[in-house]
Design a protein around this ligand. Structure first.
Ligand SMILES: Nc1ncnc2c1ncn2[C@@H]1O[C@H](COP(=O)(O)OP(=O)(O)O)[C@@H](O)[C@H]1O
Ligand SMILES: [Mg+2]
Length: 273
């Protein structure tokens, strides 16, 4: 079952800027995909299209097999949770609790279920105790957590996240990665500059620069320096370190991507000395 299907999508803004050209992407239900690319590549635009906030200039979008039209748009929006790049675009209630509860209330759930979901998602986003705070007084990272709690409370099967870890402190980034890892039944598309997050959270990477430059495994992308450089991407430090080490020691084989893979190669190296 496909959760998201984009076919030959073009998107041009009113001022004539073409943000997307001929983008076709299929995402299976339960799949986790990283969307990477330089500033201005069209990542945010693409997520707006997937969430049916923008209609493509041409091409089609299907969510759960159903083509998005004016008629099906409302239904599709309930299936998709969208974390905006800027939490100020997302948060608008005067109290944190009301903001997190807004989505579930809109779904007309009974008050006990709303209460349960709000508590649970606030705990997951590590903002328990913030119930009565005013969102506009919070720091950027705290606002981001409120926005994340709001999305989690909706329990949408498809999550679109626009740079979810940007501006979070290291522990906040780690907490978010753990929360997203625990949501194992969701379809996720995560736009990010953080290649470590992409590697840790997803099985598939799409490199976008107005069009799709690459769509495949992280491991496959590592072997495409042309694409990495065209999209101004930098590998996480572990593979960069190991690349240098392998060059220096004349070692061959697949480049270690994770700490565990790197340790295994280094230990093997020590044993052979
Ligand atoms: N509201 C808008 N009006 C006109 N151009 C826009 C608008 N939003 C984004 N753009 C342009 O569209 C292109 C893609 O932007 P965006 O999707 O935000 O890229 P990314 O998220 O990858 O940084 C950029 O050239 C950007 O300047
Ligand atoms: Mg963006």
């Amino acid at each position: 079952m496909k959760a998201v299907e984009l076919s030959k999508v073009d998107f041009t803004y009113d001022d004539g800027v073409q943000a997307l050209r001929d983008v076709s992407i299929d995402i299976d239900a339960g799949e986790r995909v990283a969307l990477v690319g330089p500033n201005g590549a069209g990542k945010s635009t693409l997520l707006h299209i997937m969430s049916s906030l923008y209609a493509p200039t041409s091409g089609t979008v299907r969510i759960d097999g159903e083509e998005i039209t004016k008629r099906t748009m409302e239904k599709a929006r309930f299936k998709v949770g969208f974390l905006f790049q800027d939490p100020d675009d997302q948060i608008f209630m005067p109290r944190v609790w009301d903001d997190v509860a807004f989505g579930p209330m809109n779904m007309k759930l009974d008050p006990q279920e709303v209460e349960r979901r709000v508590r649970e998602s606030m705990e997951l986003a590590a903002i328990t105790g913030y119930e009565d705070r005013a969102p506009h007084h919070l720091s950027f990272g705290e606002k981001k957590r409120v926005a994340i709690a709001g999305i989690l409370a909706m329990r949408s099967p498809i999550l679109l996240m626009d740079e979810p870890t940007a501006n979070l402190d290291p522990q906040g980034r780690r907490d978010l990665v753990n929360v997203l890892t625990s949501l194992c039944d969701k379809t996720m598309v995560i736009a990010t500059h953080d290649m470590s997050v992409a590697l840790e959270l997803t099985d598939r990477v799409i490199v976008l620069k107005r069009s799709v430059l690459y769509d495949g495994s992280f491991r496959g992308l590592v072997e495409r320096p042309d694409i990495l450089s065209e999209a101004r991407l930098e590998l996480p430090s572990i593979p960069r370190l190991m690349e240098r080490w392998m060059e220096r020691t004349g070692r061959t084989g697949p480049l270690p991507l994770t700490i565990d893979e790197a340790l295994a190669m280094l230990e093997e190296g020590c044993r052979q000395r």
